[in-house]
Design a protein around this ligand. Structure first.
Ligand code: ATP
Length: 909
């Protein structure tokens, strides 16, 4: 490919020269050429910072003050051993280091998996782009866009690369990513002088900006790092490393607990020093090991991992999580404000009824097939009469027939496709010469196209003639009627009287009550197509209504019912009219048909709206600004709101919602970029599923935190109380220096590995409890560790300590051998921690065998314990094999533990 101009000059060359210089033309590149260019220029992306290297991630596991201390102490124990008269404790030191290493490996896997999942999610959120390839519109990954591609830009699209405009219709873009200015920039195709500064070049569009209004076509001149945004890439690299609220909470909590534990350990050390014969080195080593084992510094990593794994599960349910914290927020959602069209309904429109020139008609046929006919009040319809209405629907239309595609014969908005199909049923050709378009927006609720041609049946009547262009308007019937002063009747154009207007609105309501989506149509001759839009869209001639069905999605009623059982209210906020919204609401199981209009919302004060949002479930004819007000009112009432949106103007609502949900297929890039989550299938059912997963993930985090803190509390309390009780009641037992410990450092570290390692990872994969959607949502400000969990941690920790020490001292007295007593306590704690997993899980309604991974993890952990006890490893660990009598004691202790914790759990619930 030859490139004759430098990047900064692209904008100022005339259109033909742009194509020429880029070796492309109006019909875009061929697929082969595009793939060649892709390998030449590379993918169209802004290089991201290098991903974290696994090596660094692994090293990071050991970069912790406590670990340094422990390594130091282990080395010290060898060094001291080298002094005359002492034996170096090589095995102990070696084992400590080995177990630390194993711990590090677990930590690494957790972090690495979390990192990979987050990375994968990030890659999934790259936008698509529509370009011409081989002369046809295709949607491709924005990263595959190459110089020379012709990009089709629609309202709401993210611009994929720097491109020179060759065609625009009222195009305005937001270039705040480049300029910091949030006002929109109007675009044109006329070349501007080359000295014009970037921010004022209006014949170019730039990567990372968005089309807020209108449409256009542009030929790509630069991609990837060669774009303007590539130049400033380092400045805009978003730091996506913000912590989620949970992560923050758990982090802070970990620190607090850590400080507490270190304090306690100091007390233990002093007590050991004063009351036992233990040497200072043993005391130091035990203290530091206890700190390493019990300070929950791994918690934040596990929370991240659980969130990341959870977001993958949510993705399997067709919802893409764009921001990790939303996984947490999902669990506390108590109101969902949902769009109707496409989310609750199929967005598969078919025109069923028409109204024109005072008469009603029906249309046969289904789906996108053009087989079907019109009947007027029972008879075959007079085609002539329908021409203005159907022509208006076909011309004022951005949908297109897709060439040669039998599966997907049309391209565009389903409402508009339905109008093309209805026109085709009457044999009306949508071809026209378009002079201008005044685009649709959810605010305007109408769209106008000015075409050279007038409706064939109207030529030569009332100002329509071959020389005068015609404006065709479609939109919400009442909005269109407001722009009309005349109406087309059988005998020509008449004045639109108040009575006639009422008759039309009546029809509109009747169509709506049958759950039809209704559009109104109007036309007029225009002298000056470039006139001010206000002057074009007035004094119009009303030509009729078309009513289309849009069936509710399968399963939606069930999903709404599920939400209700889960304490989640579903509110519909639709741009459609009151009757249609109400009728659909009723068919899908909303309690009432009562719907409030957007204009009524406008009359309410914020105070009054706060009351209304508690009672009204259906809002109709809402604009994006209504959605923001409804959202605010709900949030002020203390609700956690999930809100859906698809349009450009929905971005503020999506950004402010607790969970902003954009549509994957229907939604604009702008909406997606403002959202927390994207529904890939646009389906309401997916919201329910994502909420259920969100709740399950929160459960899993709680289970894990509960497990870890109970275990740690148990370990610390055991050593602490063991030393105290031992010193006071069994002073003789601590007489020898080397035996004077409740649990050796190696045992403590081992306990940590078998409990925090595999079972912790496996807990993150616990399935949803069968009743996740039967309980009320979690309060938004409820923290991970609530009162219930504190009770559980204390109960488990204390019971474990009391029973464990009971076994220890009983064993000590019975066999007079501290190693046997230590082994008994050590194995008891490992056993109990396996049991605790289920004690905690059953509080979350998880049956014993519901998670295979967990069963395997527990089996492996317990198996490893047996290996330590019964193989030659036992000398290394300095433990004894446990006899049958010993196991009986452990079993007895476990039963007592289960009874006590079971009773307390029951008493608390
Ligand atoms: P929801 O908000 O549930 O997605 P919706 O599609 O009806 O519903 P909007 O897109 O805001 O919401 O549309 C508002 C109204 O504007 C519609 O009810 C319809 O009357 C009219 N309308 C929709 N699409 C078009 C269009 N392409 N051209 C003209 N008018 C339209």
């Amino acid at each position: 490919m030859s490139r004759e101009t430098t990047p900064t000059e692209w904008h100022s060359v005339p259109e033909e020269r742009v194509f020429e210089a880029l070796d492309s033309d109006e019909s875009g590149l061929s697929t082969d050429e595009a793939s060649e260019r892709l390998s030449e220029f590379g993918p169209n992306r802004i290089r991201e910072d290098e991903a974290v290297s696994p090596y660094e991630l692994f090293l990071a596991q050991f970069q912790d003050f406590l670990i340094y201390l422990l390594i130091l102490a282990a080395l010290l124990s060898i060094a001291v051993g080298l002094l005359p008269g002492a034996t170096p404790r090589y095995e102990e030191a070696g084992l400590i280091l080995l177990i630390l290493f194993a711990n590090g490996v677990f930590g690494f896997f957790q972090d690495y998996r979390a990192e990979m999942s987050i990375q994968a999610l990030r890659e999934l959120s790259t936008p698509n782009s529509t370009v011409l390839r081989d002369g046809e519109k295709v949607t491709i990954d924005a990263e595959d866009v190459v110089p020379g591609d012709v990009v089709i830009i629609e309202q709401g699209d993210a611009i994929p690369a720097d491109a020179r405009l060759v065609e625009v219709t009222a195009l305005e873009t937001n270039e705040s990513a480049l300029t910091g200015e949030s006002t929109t920039v109007a675009k044109g195709t006329d070349p501007v002088p080359s000295e014009t500064p970037l921010a004022e070049r209006d014949d170019m569009v730039f990567m990372n900006t968005t089309a807020i209004k209108g449409r256009g076509r542009a030929v790509v001149v630069e991609t990837g790092m060669n774009t303007q945004v590539g130049d400033i890439a380092t400045e805009i690299q978003e730091a996506e490393t913000r912590e989620t609220p949970f992560q923050k909470e758990v982090d802070a909590l970990g620190k607090r607990i850590g400080i507490g534990i270190v304090g306690l350990i100091l007390v233990i050390a002093v007590a050991q020093f004063v009351f036992t014969a233990a040497g200072w080195l043993s005391i130091l080593l035990t203290g530091i090991t206890l700190a390493v084992a019990a300070v929950p510094e791994g918690l934040p990593a596990v929370v991240t991992l659980t969130l990341a794994m959870g977001s993958r599960k949510i993705l399997n349910r067709d919802a893409l999580v764009r921001r990790l914290p939303v996984v947490e927020s999902l669990g506390s959602v108590d109101v969902i404000v949902s769009d109707k069209t496409g989310t609750l309904t199929e967005n598969q429109m078919t025109v069923k009824r028409v109204y024109t020139a005072g008469t009603n008609g029906t249309v046969t046929g289904t789906g996108l097939s053009t087989a079907g006919e019109f009947r007027h009040d029972g008879d075959d319809a007079d085609r002539e009469r329908l021409v203005p209405l159907l022509t208006c629907g076909a011309y004022c239309n951005d949908a297109e027939r897709a060439p040669d595609s039998a599966d997907d014969p049309y391209y565009g908005d389903p409402t508009e496709i339905a109008l093309l199909v209805s026109a085709a049923k009457a044999g009306i050709d949508p071809e026209h010469e378009r002079l201008r378009e005044i685009p649709f927006s959810s605010e305007r609720k109408r769209m106008t196209v000015i075409a050279r041609e007038s409706p064939s049946t109207l030529s030569d009547t009332d100002g329509f003639d071959a020389a005068t262009p015609t404006a065709y308007m479609k939109g919400a019937p009442e909005v269109v009627l407001d722009r009309c002063t005349r109406v087309l009747e059988d005998d020509g154009v008449r004045e639109l009287t108040a009575a006639k207007r009422e008759e039309i609105l009546d029809r509109n309501r009747a169509f709506g009550s049958d759950a039809l989506r209704v559009l109104g149509f109007a036309v007029r001759p225009v002298e000056d197509p470039e006139d001010d839009p206000e002057r074009v869209e007035r004094d119009m001639i009303f030509v009729g209504l078309q009513g289309m069905i849009d069936p509710p999605r399968a399963e939606v009623s069930e999903a709404i019912e599920d939400c209700r059982n889960a304490g989640i209210r579903v509110v519909m906020a639709t741009g459609d009219n009151v009757q249609t919204a109400g009728a659909i609401a009723q068919t899908i199981g909303f309690g009432s048909e009562e719907a409030m209009d957007g204009t009524t919302v406008d009359t309410l004060s914020d105070e009054a709206l706060r009351e209304v949002v508690e009672n009204v479930d259906v809002f109709a004819r809402v604009s994006p600004h209504h959605k923001v007000r409804i959202l605010k009112a709900l949030q002020e009432n203390g609700h956690n709101v999930a809100m859906t949106g698809d349009g450009v103007n929905d971005a503020p609502a999506l950004r402010n919602a607790d969970v902003g949900i954009a549509m994957g297929t229907r939604g604009t890039d702008v909406a997606q970029q403002a959202s927390d989550m994207v529904l890939q299938d646009d389906n309401f059912v997916t919201i329910r599923d994502a909420i259920a997963e969100g709740r399950a993930i929160f459960d899993n985090i709680r289970k894990f935190v509960n497990l870890l803190l109970s275990a740690n509390a148990g370990e610390v309390l055991t050593v602490f109380l063991g030393v105290l009780v031992g010193s006071f009641f069994f002073p003789g037992l601590f007489a020898s220096e080397s035996d004077a410990l409740i649990l050796t450092p190696v045992m403590l570290l081992w306990i940590n590995v078998v409990t925090d390692g595999l079972p912790a990872l496996a807990l993150g994969t616990d399935p949803k409890a069968s009743n996740v959607l039967e309980r009320p949502p979690r309060g938004g400000d409820e923290s991970v560790i609530d009162r219930r969990m504190i009770v559980s941690i204390l109960t488990i920790g204390l019971t474990m300590t009391v029973v464990g020490l009971g076994l220890f001292f009983y064993g000590l007295q019975a066999v007079r051998d501290i190693t046997t007593a230590q082994t008994l306590l050590f194995t008891f704690i490992v056993t109990i921690e396996m049991i605790v997993i289920q004690v905690i899980r059953s509080r979350f309604d998880q049956p014993l065998l519901s998670n295979r991974w967990l069963i395997a993890a527990v089996a492996v952990s317990f198996g490893l314990q047996l290996v330590v006890l019964y193989t030659s490893l036992h000398t290394l660990f300095d433990v004894r094999s446990i006899s049958v009598g010993g196991w009986e004691l452990i079993a007895l202790g476990s039963v007592v533990f289960l009874l006590v914790t079971g009773l307390v759990e029951r008493a608390v619930d």
